[in-house]
Design a protein around this ligand. Structure first.
Ligand SMILES: Cc1ncc(COP(=O)(O)O)c(C=O)c1O
Length: 427
């Protein structure tokens, strides 16, 4: 399946030496060479992977550990999943808690951020007329949780329209606070937005909302590993986050942190044994969440090792890794804005390791088809570039979102610029 791809890309790069695109001459490019970090990831050869944001990518040593854990699970299923379950769970919980600045007793694992949002929103005892507030930059799956919970209770979902492009994070604070009123029961805030790749000023917002007596649920799906976290200090009512994105844990590793005063009311999306089976030394909150029925907990058990392993890749540890990814995303965006002749839609200080920017004019004005955009498919199928296209705003504009991780180099984005200049627009 993969073997044809490098050949096809090579052939293509010979076929058209130059093209004009958005006023800037694009030179034909060969597929970028892998850097020294890429060998740690199992990413397919011949692919320029610029979408760490969607599902992350787990390094080989972490997957090897997961293989070993799975072998132990199948070797001694009852020991692994029952009698000695907590012996593996507790140390990992402590390591993850340290990483995100939390107390272990306030933190439980979930399989993904969607599950975390479901648990919180579906535990609210909403009353008719109350409002759940979100922003226009939220993640569709999580938005749907609000819609369904509101529908069931006769409540409603309100959306704070945050413009994009925007000049400063003040715009976010103003838009959210303008939309708050006495009916607002909960505000769902993305820490780093999915369609637009913005770091939202969650600490300011949580403070402002708390001062008005309103709870915040922070959807931090992209935050751990991309930005430093101190959940105890941030102290929203609820915070959920993925570890399988920027911490590079195996898929199915995520966390839910709940402030102590909110834990009592909270039910997991799946009710299981913990509901009536307290364990000595654990909070009822942990009892309810630690077991959601038979499943494979190996992704959770790898989270501590992912934190340790990635933290040792650069001499400056996680701080340097986050800084590296941020700087690469910033440089990549500068390069792409210049090559594509588009304006940067937000200041650089609102970027982490992702950046969303407008596609050039020739990509605009194409209606949705209900499928993944044809040009995004072509970028992958013909050029080997994995990058998501987005549609955002009213009127709708088309964007792409780049990600930057250790296995990427600036050459990846140069290659993307060239591929974009070559890709045919769907008619
Ligand atoms: C902001 C945001 N929230 C939630 C999610 C959902 O993550 P998951 O599919 O792991 O539940 C994503 C996924 O990309 C996201 O970007």
């Amino acid at each position: 399946m993969r073997s044809w791809r490098p050949f096809q890309i090579k052939r293509l790069s010979i076929w058209r030496p130059h093209t004009r695109f958005g006023g800037v001459k694009q030179t034909k490019l060969a597929l970028p060479a892998p850097n020294r970090f890429r060998r740690h990831w199992g990413l397919a050869r011949g692919i320029v992977f610029l979408n760490h944001g969607s599902f992350g990518a787990c390094p080989k040593p972490i997957l090897k550990l997961q293989d070993r854990l799975r072998a132990q699970m199948e070797g001694e299923p009852v020991q692994f999943l029952w009698r000695r379950y907590e012996e593996r769970l507790d140390p990992v919980r402590a390591e993850v808690a340290r990483f995100v600045g939390a107390r272990p007793q306030d933190l439980v694992f979930v399989t993904n951020a969607t599950t975390g949002v479901n648990a919180v929103v579906r535990s609210l005892k909403l009353r008719p007329g109350q409002e759940l507030l979100t922003t226009s930059h939220d993640y569709n799956a999580c938005h749907n949780v609000l819609v369904e919970a509101a529908r069931a209770a006769g409540a409603r979902v309100a959306v704070a329209r945050v413009p994009f492009p925007l000049r400063s994070s003040d715009t976010v604070v103003e838009a959210v606070l303008r939309a708050v009123n006495w009916r607002t029961r909960l505000v769902m805030l993305d820490h780093i937005t999915s369609p637009t790749g913005l770091i939202f000023p969650v600490s300011r917002l949580v403070r402002e909302l708390e001062a008005r007596g309103i709870d915040a649920l922070v959807d931090g799906a992209h935050a751990p590993g991309m930005v430093p976290l101190n959940l105890t200090r941030l102290a929203p009512a609820y915070y959920t986050a993925n570890l399988h994105k920027w911490v590079c844990a195996p898929k199915g590793a995520a966390l839910l942190w709940v402030r102590e005063d909110k834990q009592k009311e909270l039910q997991p999306a799946i009710i299981s044994h913990g509901h009536n089976t307290p364990r000595p030394g654990y909070s009822a909150f942990q009892d309810r969440f630690d077991w959601a029925g038979t499943f494979d907990p190996s992704a959770w058990f790898c989270a501590g090792e992912a934190i340790r392993w990635l933290g040792e890749l650069l001499p400056g540890g996680w701080r340097e890794l986050r800084q590296h990814n941020h700087e690469l995303a910033v440089q990549a965006r500068r390069l792409l804005c210049e090559r594509l002749q588009v304006e940067a839609p937000c200041p650089e200080n609102m970027l982490g390791a992702m950046a969303t920017l407008a596609l050039p004019a020739r990509f605009q004005g194409r209606p949705r088809t209900g499928r993944i955009d044809a040009e995004q498919m072509r970028l992958y199928d013909r050029f080997g570039v994995e990058v998501p296209f987005m549609r955002f705003g009213q009127p709708e504009h088309r964007y792409l979102r780049i990600s930057a991780h250790l296995y990427n180099t600036l050459a990846d984005y140069q290659y993307l610029a060239w591929a974009l200049s070559e890709v045919q627009i769907a008619t």
